[in-house]
Design a protein around this ligand. Structure first.
Ligand code: HEC
Length: 102
């Protein structure tokens, strides 16, 4: 790991929890409708025809509606997604998905 990667990693580790604390579920829902709704059912009772993209309510259940686990899953490799979320966006999306479990 070179110095730049180390600095980026440390910055990420310092900022990610702060972003998770400040997560905004309302903004997360807007992001989801804008960027994810074409493939995933983003609402609680919604259905989509694309069979292989799980509804967000099912993804939430899979990760125990835990915002940090969800944010990690959203930031993880997602080959067919046409949107690369920033950590703060992933935190907002995770807050929205976690709220589907309530
Ligand atoms: C072009 C279609 C498409 C878009 C747009 C899309 N997804 Fe997905 N997503 C999929 C498919 C298909 C899968 C399952 C296979 C895979 O992982 O590639 C998936 C899987 C996932 C998973 C993993 C679920 C699991 O079981 O672990 C998460 C989390 C996820 N998507 C979140 C998002 C978020 C958040 C957005 C919007 C920012 C988004 N996706 C946009 C098609 C899409």
């Amino acid at each position: 790991m070179n110095l730049l990667h180390f600095v980026l990693l440390v910055t990420y580790l310092l900022l990610a929890p702060a972003a998770a604390l400040a997560a905004d579920a309302v903004r997360g829902r807007q992001l989801a409708q804008e960027h994810c709704g074409g493939c995933h059912a983003v609402g609680a009772g919604e259905r989509r025809e694309v069979a292989d993209a799980s509804p967000f309510s099912a993804i939430g259940r899979k990760y125990g509606f835990d915002p940090s686990a969800l944010a990690a899953a959203i930031l993880g490799p997602h080959p067919r997604m046409n949107f690369a979320p920033a950590p703060a966006d992933a935190a907002d999306l995770a807050a929205y998905i976690a709220a589907l479990g309530r």
